[in-house]
Design a protein around this ligand. Structure first.
Ligand code: ZN
Length: 349
């Protein structure tokens, strides 16, 4: 696996020297700090972003997640798209149906059956081919929430992360794979997919300390999408260091009652899940880091849609969290941001 082999201090000196030479020799602007073509000594971190199935609009969010990471100048990205999921069966309209409505529904089901059969047949062949070489990358980012991966892929992924790899979980990616124990350890807590008390406890903040709540109940809920105050709980961690202790994030889902093994997890930030907006009335963990074997995981539950991805704080923490997962440190300087007091701070990625 590629790792940055040069210390940030040395990199800075090399860049400074390079910039001085370049600036005095020509009137061209100096190259960007991490421009690989200009300076081979600064290697970008390689990221594999996985999508292909999600109950969210991954076709819209993947390009934006990719852009956010590329904007930092720290990463180069590849996207791996899994085979598609089978379309879900059309829902039967409620109430007593007229003959015409019955015919229409029967036609929808027939169309669905033939589409599913065709997709299923193709999928089998496609799944056999889908086997990303995880260890080629510095970090894997998941925008995937869908069917189980083939056993060989799951094993390779577990091996990759546990032996020192890096993983970033975004929003509904933590809904995935409720029946895959290793994955649930990697993400610490997740939601939906049949998760309940058997999946593990909920993380609950009681008198400034994190406790584990084992009481019975389903794992995973969220209130209505509203702007959210993000509250930093571990200000000294490199991912959030230097950020305001609180900032407003645009309308998003605050995931609540997530459940899982919750081992080796550090909560970096929370959001209050507003009971007035169908929330839990708890300070829910929304940013976490997890040690999994020798691997590092950054888990953000924010990022429901293109609106949420406009959040300046979301973008900065995704960039820094991805670098931290990949290298264990953050070298990206904090951008100058004018944080709004009573409204979300946003920027177009
Ligand atoms: Zn969502």
């Amino acid at each position: 696996m590629k790792r940055l082999s040069i210390s940030p201090k040395l990199t800075f000196l090399v860049l400074l020297l390079f910039c001085q030479v370049a600036c005095s020799a020509a009137e061209k602007p100096a190259p960007k700090a991490a421009d690989k073509s200009a300076d081979n000594s600064v290697e970008k971190l390689s990221v594999l972003l996985i999508d292909g199935q999600n109950n969210h609009k991954w076709q819209e969010t993947t390009p934006i997640l990719k852009k956010i990471l590329e904007n930092s100048g720290r990463f180069e990205l590849e996207v791996s798209t899994t085979p598609p999921s089978t379309p879900s069966k059309p829902r039967k309209p409620g109430g007593k149906l007229t003959a015409a409505q019955q015919n229409e529904y029967a036609k929808q089901v027939k169309d669905w059956e033939s589409a599913s059969a065709s997709i299923n047949q193709k999928s089998l062949a496609l799944w056999k081919q889908w086997h990303p070489d995880f260890k080629k990358y510095d970090v894997i980012v998941s925008n995937y929430n869908g069917e189980s991966w083939p056993e060989a892929v799951k094993e390779a992924f577990d091996q990759y992360v546990s032996s020192g790899g890096s993983f970033v979980v975004v929003h509904a990616a933590d809904n995935s794979f409720s029946d895959w124990p290793a994955y649930n350890k990697m993400i610490a807590v997740g939601g939906w997919g049949g998760r309940d008390e058997k999946s593990g406890p909920m993380l609950r903040l009681r008198e400034e300390k994190w406790t584990k709540d084992t009481s019975a109940g389903r794992g995973g809920t969220h209130g209505t999408k509203i702007p959210v105050v993000v509250k930093v709980r571990k200000a000294e961690h490199p991912i959030v260091k230097g950020l305001p202790l609180e900032w407003m994030h645009p309308a998003d889902e605050v995931y609540g009652k997530l459940r899982g093994p919750a081992e080796n997890v550090t909560v970096l930030a929370t959001a209050y899940s507003e009971p007035d907006h169908r929330g839990t009335g708890e300070h829910e963990p929304i940013m976490m880091v997890i040690d999994y074997g020798k691997g590092r995981v950054f888990h953000t539950t924010l990022g429901h849609d293109t609106v949420a991805l406009q959040g300046t704080g979301f973008q900065i923490t995704l960039q820094r969290g991805t670098e931290w997962a990949a290298t264990g440190e953050v070298t990206q300087p904090l951008p100058k941001v004018k944080w709004n007091d009573h409204e979300p701070t946003v920027q177009t990625p």
